[in-house]
Design a protein around this ligand. Structure first.
Ligand code: NAD
Length: 271
């Protein structure tokens, strides 16, 4: 599923000079689809120069073409976020191509290790935690020195309400990894706040992305999930992207260590 929000050249011209991220350089991981793709586009529309990462080269190249066709600036580097050398290469690319790094949206993730917990293998638990949590740590570890060189920065992780406010059955690995991201957020926020780097997590409810459609293939399943939300629908990737933009921008200049819930009221709608 490709997201169908298009960038216009006029929008891009305006945003490059006056956008909320004008002059900023950002890394977005998991940018080949879903929330990451929508956020990379929005960041570019708002004037950021964007380094996009994920595993699928063709999708990343298509995204770069789309951003550049409208006058934005982006560069792609395909790879696996679990590999520290890849995390380092993304930062190197940001610094050599665009001159620094201001924003990192560590968003790549997987919903592995699902099912009855007593049947989940240790290997699949570790694989999920590695992709969702260890990779975020590796990303931050490589991005923070670049932000320190810049004298400021905004790091954002994609957690989930499944790791905080709502206990869903059968997703122990995923929930554990997403809870871990909140601890990571809080510790990094405390450690790097004195050096002008803000660190926050975004906690989506259900978002209509390929991951969501893979988990909820039938209309019945999608109806059930939508009904969990007070708004009685799931989010679009673009709605999430706007919340990420807020955390990335100076509008959130006094916000750090936060687990920001953007869940259409799922957390308050449990009876
Ligand atoms: N869709 C939802 O309902 C929902 C809800 C809460 C949180 N999230 C989180 O949002 C984030 C984005 O997911 P999405 O819904 O946009 O799904 P998606 O499947 O569209 O995107 C996932 C992205 O992560 C990338 N990715 C996965 N493993 C990777 C790896 N090892 N190396 C590099 N890239 C990798 C994929 O290539 C893809 O670009 C994930 O962290 C997910 O857990 C999603």
């Amino acid at each position: 599923m490709r997201n169908n929000v298009s960038i216009t050249t006029k929008m891009m011209d305006h945003m490059k000079s006056a956008g909320r991220l004008a002059g900023k350089v950002a890394i977005v991981t998991g940018a080949s689809s879903g929330i990451g793709e929508a956020t990379a586009k929005l960041f570019a529309e708002e004037g950021a120069q964007v380094v996009v990462g994920a595993r699928r080269a063709a999708e990343l190249n298509h995204l770069v073409d789309e951003i550049e066709a409208c006058g934005g600036k982006a560069v792609a580097l395909p790879g696996d976020v679990c590999d520290e050398a890849y995390a380092r290469a993304l930062v190197h690319l940001a610094e050599t191509t665009f001159g620094g790094l201001d924003i990192a949206f560590n968003n790549a993730g997987t919903i592995g290790g699902m099912g009855p917990t007593i049947e989940v293998s240790a290997a699949s638990f570790v694989e999920t935690v590695t992709t969702n949590l260890v990779a975020a740590f590796l990303g931050a570890k490589c991005q923070l020195p670049a932000m320190l060189r810049r004298g400021a920065g905004s790091l954002i992780f994609t957690s989930s309400i499944a790791g905080h406010t709502v206990g869903f059955p059968g997703v122990a690995s995923y929930s554990a990894s997403k809870s871990g991201l909140i601890g990571l957020t809080q510790s990094l926020a405390a450690e790097f706040g004195p050096r002008n780097i803000r660190v926050n997590a975004i906690l989506p409810g259900a978002v209509d992305t390929p991951m969501y459609r893979q988990m909820n293939a039938t209309a019945e399943a999608q109806g059930f999930i939508a009904n969990l939300h007070a708004l009685k629908r799931v989010s679009s990737p673009e709605e999430l992207a706007r919340a990420v933009l807020y955390l990335a921008s100076d509008d959130a200049s006094f916000m750090t260590g936060a687990a920001m819930i953007v869940d259409g009221g799922t957390s308050i709608n449990r009876t």
